[in-house]
Design a protein. Structure first.
Length: 201
C-alpha cells in the first residue's frame, strides 16, 4: 500500500512563502501513520473499459452500461477508463442535438464519479458491427463530426484524460480500414490536425 511505503520520508521545500520564515531548501522530516485503507490510483495505472458513451439517447441500456462501468471503477478504486464513443448510428449524417446533449450528460456523470476518460471515437465497435458498412465515405464527413463534437469535448476537457486519434477502422484503432483512409496521407493529417488545432482537444 502507498501509505505503508510512506511511513517516513524526507521532503525538500525549495519554494516556501516568506511568511513561514524557513530558509530556502529547508529539510523537513515527516512521519506518516500506516493505513490499511485502499488508495485510489492517481489518474494512471489500471483502467476499466466503458463502451457506448455515445449510445442512442433513447436507448436506456447505453446509460446503464456507463453507470455499470463507473460502478466497476469505484469498486476497483480506478480513476481512468478507456471510453469508446461509437458513432455508427450516424455514420452517414450529421450528429443530432440529442446525441450531443447525451454525450455531455454522460461525461458529467463520469465527472461526478471521479473517473476520467481516455476517449476513443469510432464508427465500427468491433463487436456488433465489425463487418457492417458503417464508416463514412469521405474525410469530410469525419471532419464534420469532429467539428460537432468539439464544443462538447471542450466543455468537458477536465474529465478527458486523453484522446486517441480514433475514427478510422475497427474500434477507431486504425485496423480493418474498409475505406482505405490510411492510404490518404493528407486526409489522415487533416484528421489529426483537426483534433489538435480546431479545438476538439
Amino acid at each position: 500500500m502507498l501509505a505503508a511505503v510512506l511511513t517516513h520520508t524526507t521532503v525538500v521545500l525549495s519554494h516556501l512563502p516568506p511568511s513561514l520564515h524557513v530558509r530556502s531548501h529547508a529539510v523537513l522530516n515527516l512521519t506518516f501513520e500506516p493505513s490499511g485503507l485502499s488508495v485510489t490510483n492517481p489518474m494512471r495505472g489500471f483502467r476499466h473499459q466503458i463502451d457506448n458513451l455515445c449510445g442512442d439517447p433513447n436507448d436506456p441500456s447505453g446509460r446503464n452500461h456507463v453507470s455499470d462501468g463507473l460502478k466497476v471503477c469505484a469498486d476497483l478504486n480506478l480513476t481512468v477508463s478507456l471510453t469508446y464513443c461509437y458513432l455508427s448510428p450516424w455514420w452517414n449524417r450529421t450528429l443530432p442535438p440529442s446525441m450531443l446533449s447525451n454525450l455531455h450528460d454522460r461525461l458529467s456523470e463520469m465527472r461526478e464519479a471521479g473517473v476520467s476518460a481516455l476517449l476513443n471515437v469510432a464508427y465500427e465497435d468491433g463487436k456488433t458491427n465489425f463487418f457492417s458498412d458503417v464508416e463514412p465515405f469521405s474525410f469530410d464527413r469525419i471532419y464534420g463530426h469532429i467539428d460537432q463534437l468539439a464544443p462538447v469535448l471542450r466543455a468537458n476537457a477536465d474529465v478527458i484524460y486523453g484522446m486517441q486519434a480514433g475514427f478510422i477502422g475497427n474500434a477507431g484503432e486504425w485496423s480493418h480500414d474498409i475505406r482505405g483512409f490510411l492510404k490518404n496521407a493528407s486526409g489522415v493529417a487533416g484528421l489529426v490536425s483537426r483534433l489538435l488545432y480546431n479545438g476538439a482537444l
